[in-house]
Write a protein that binds this ligand. Structure first.
Ligand code: 2AM
Ligand code: CA
Length: 256
C-alpha cells in the first residue's frame, strides 16, 4: 500500500508532462507514457529497498527473475488504464500485488485522482480506505450491472462487440470504464454486480481479483481449461455468478 501510494502520487504529479511522451506497444491504440515508466521505476526502487532480493514482475520492465517455490513475487501495473490517464478520464490506478506460487496473497490498488486506496490480504477481507468491502446482493441477472473491457486488436474487438450485443438485452446495462484493476474493485464495492474480460495480463488482475474475492465475489482466473477461454477473468456477486457465467457462454464470450 505504501509503495502503490507513492507511485500514485508521482503519477498524478507528472501527468501534464508525462502524457506528452507517448509510445505505442502491441498496436497504435496500446499506449505507454513516461508516467507508466517513471511509476514502475519508483515501485521497483522502493521494493528493492523494502523487500531486497524478491522478484518483481512489472508491465513495463518484465520479470526481474524467477521466483522459487514459496517465494514472494511482486506483480505491478504502474498505471492500469493508461488510455484514461492519457485523456485525463479519472478511472486509472497503480496496482501492486504479492503473489506466492502464482496466487495473490495481498494486493493494493490506489487511484491517483480520487486518492481512494483499495486493499486486501488473503483470508483477512478487503477494504476501501479502511472500510470493509462487500459485493452486491444481486440475485437477478436482468437487474444486474456488468462491467467488461475490450482488447487493443481490432479483430478481437469486433468479436467482443458481437458478444456484448447479445448480452445487453439480458442485463440491466453494461459498463466499460477502461481499467481492469478498478473494475474488479468496483465488483468488490457493489458498484457493479459482475465483470468479465478477456486478454488481461497478470498485473491487471493480481491485486483487484483478490480484493473482489475477499469482498465475497466468485472469481475465476485465467486457466487452460476455463469454459470462457484460457485468458478470461470472470468475477461476480455469488447471487448471479452461475447465471452470468452461463449467459456469457450462450452469448459467445467463450469464443472471443
Ligand atoms: P492497461 O491500461 O495497463 O493497458 C482495458 O480494457 C483494460 O485492459 C485496462 O486495464 C488495460 O490495462 C487492460 N489490458 C491489458 N492488456 C490488454 C490488452 N492486450 N488488450 C486490452 N486491454 C488490455
Ligand atoms: Ca499498465
Amino acid at each position: 500500500m505504501r509503495v502503490a501510494s507513492s507511485a500514485a502520487e508521482l503519477v498524478a504529479r507528472v501527468r501534464a508532462e508525462a502524457v506528452a511522451e507517448v509510445d505505442t506497444k502491441s498496436s497504435e491504440t496500446d499506449v505507454v507514457t513516461a508516467g507508466d515508466k517513471a511509476a514502475e521505476r519508483l515501485v521497483r526502487d522502493e521494493l528493492a529497498r523494502l523487500r531486497p532480493g524478491e522478484v518483481v514482475l512489472g508491465e513495463e520492465a518484465g520479470a526481474s527473475g524467477e521466483p522459487g517455490p514459496g517465494a514472494v513475487c511482486w506483480v505491478v501495473d504502474p498505471i492500469d488504464g493508461t488510455v484514461n490517464y492519457l485523456y485525463g478520464f479519472p478511472w486509472f490506478a497503480v496496482s501492486v500485488a504479492a503473489q506466492v506460487d502464482g496466487v495473490s496473497v495481498a494486493g493494493a490498488v490506489v487511484e491517483p485522482v480520487s486518492g481512494r486506496r483499495w486493499s486486501a490480504v488473503r483470508g483477512q477481507g478487503a477494504t476501501l480506505d479502511g472500510a470493509p468491502l462487500h459485493v452486491s446482493a444481486a440475485r437477478r441477472l436482468e437487474l444486474s450491472l456488468v462491467a467488461t473491457g475490450f482488447g487493443y486488436r481490432a479483430e478481437r474487438r469486433a468479436r467482443q462487440a458481437a458478444a456484448v450485443a447479445k448480452l445487453l438485452p439480458e442485463v440491466r446495462d453494461i459498463r466499460r470504464a477502461g481499467a481492469a484493476s478498478l473494475d474488479l474493485c468496483a465488483v468488490a464495492a457493489g458498484w457493479v454486480d459482475g465483470y468479465c474480460e478477456h486478454g488481461l495480463n497478470r498485473w491487471d488482475w493480481a491485486a483487484g481479483a483478490l480484493i473482489a474475492e475477499e469482498a465475497g465475489a466468485v472469481v475465476r482466473l485465467p486457466s487452460a481449461d476455463a469454459p470462457l477461454g484460457p485468458d478470461a477473468v470472470f468475477v461476480a456477486a455469488p447471487g448471479i455468478a452461475d447465471q452470468l457465467h452461463e449467459t456469457l457462454l450462450r452469448c459467445g464470450f467463450g469464443e472471443i
